[in-house]
Ligand binder design. Structure first.
Ligand code: ACM
Ligand code: ZN
Length: 390
């Protein structure tokens, strides 16, 4: 049994109400998940009420339109959780033995934040809350003192709302373009004797990890942060990139006895259609990464299935993307790699699915759980084409 058994919901790309979240959380509890990773801010919207910087929830929570996968909805879209609602979710989770891990993704994925605080960017130009998916150049400038002041204020506020031990600080997909053109960044890199942007990002991440650590909390980062050596050893690394430097560095990190959470994107990302990531594929994932030694295996804190929501815009779809696949993740989190038997698993999930349905939560119709080859190819092509459309 792993101590960290999580689901993640991205509430930036699409916003889910407190009631909608509670329904899913209630089903999570039934499946013995014990962490709700709440992705609360990204390029497409800021979702946290913030008394000290009210423009964040008043303005940065709204985008002008929504253009995901070629679907254009020409009206403003927004939403945020009041402090009372954030606390309400925390209490609701606590009653169900679930910890809430809020995520503030830095230094990339910060367009919404920068839309109201352009002074935190390299050039100070205004970015807008993004209306489509992608990786955007608007990143925080690690050379501006104000960045650390603002983040400290925001984290102080979060520390009072989220009492649990882990805080996710992102660290994924931060473009280097603005840093490379910024005199302040260049000067700081020179002072620090740093000549790579991977290292420069680590300097920034480590400062935020220190801030989190001072509050007695542990930071979680995506495995992009292992592209260079030197990540603070207290951090927990979340493995999502299954190829390249990120993957091999995650193996090295874990084999050195440092903690990891496993969310391989080809197995545990719940936003991929069943035709790409069938229930069987999720179930058959053997917890671990090729190259793990005994210590590496022992460094696995747990598993998490994230649902990014560029293409998931209503709660019925969100529920169907989770269920029944999340049952396979829960099973792995609870039983590890023991006695894998997909046929037996299919029998075992009948009762939990019935209970989930009784709670009014939707699950994917059975015929979709393991699509045939033609349906899988069609779904994969559609998914890829949607990703290309702006
Ligand atoms: C991620 O999927 N960008 C962590
Ligand atoms: Zn800069």
């Amino acid at each position: 049994m792993f101590g960290y058994r999580a689901i993640m919901i991205d509430c930036s790309r699409h916003f889910f109400s407190v009631e909608e979240l509670k329904r899913i959380i209630d089903s999570m509890a039934l499946l013995k998940f014990n962490v709700f990773h709440w992705h609360l801010a990204d390029d497409q919207g800021w979702r946290i009420e913030c008394e000290k910087y009210p423009e964040l929830h008043e303005k940065a929570s709204v985008r002008e339109s929504s253009d995901f996968g070629g679907v254009h909805i020409n009206k403003p879209y927004g939403g945020y959780y009041t402090v009372a609602q954030l606390r309400d979710i925390v209490e609701f989770c606590k009653d169900r033995y679930i910890d809430v891990v809020p995520e503030l993704d830095v230094p990339g994925h910060c367009s919404a934040l920068l839309s109201v605080m352009p002074e935190l960017s390299c050039r100070g130009g205004r970015t807008r809350v993004q209306t489509h998916q992608g990786i955007f150049d608007g990143v925080l400038c690690p050379a501006k003192d104000r960045v650390y002041e603002v983040l400290e204020d925001i984290f102080q506020m979060l520390f009072e709302i989220f009492p649990f031990g882990y805080y996710h600080i992102g660290g994924d997909e931060a473009p280097r373009k603005n840093w490379s053109e910024c005199p302040d960044c260049r000067k700081l890199m020179e002072q620090l004797g740093i000549d790579s942007f991977d290292e420069y990002q680590l300097y920034f991440m480590n400062r935020i990890i220190e801030l989190i650590g001072k509050a007695g909390k542990t930071a979680i980062v995506w495995n992009d942060c292992l592209k260079s050596n030197g990540l603070d050893k207290s951090a927990v690394v979340q493995h999502w990139m299954i190829t390249g430097k990120g993957k091999s560095a995650t193996v090295k990190w874990a084999n050195a006895g440092r903690k990891v959470i496993l969310s391989p994107l080809d197995r545990y990302y719940m936003d991929y259609p069943y035709g790409m990531t069938s229930l069987k594929k999720v179930y058959n994932y053997k917890i671990g990464i090729k190259g793990f030694d005994l210590r590496g295996r022992e460094s696995v804190l747990g598993v998490e299935c994230p649902a990014w929501t560029e293409y998931i815009d209503d709660n019925t779809s969100l529920e169907q993307m989770f269920f029944p696949r999340a049952l396979a993740v829960a099973d792995a989190g609870w039983c590890g790699n023991e006695d894998k038997n997909f046929r037996k698993f299919l029998k075992d999930i009948k009762i939990p699915l019935r209970l989930i349905k009784r709670k009014g939560v939707h699950y994917m119709p059975r015929r979709e759980w393991v699509p045939g080859i033609i349906s899988s190819v069609v779904q994969a092509v559609k998914f890829a084409v949607r990703g290309l459309k702006k």
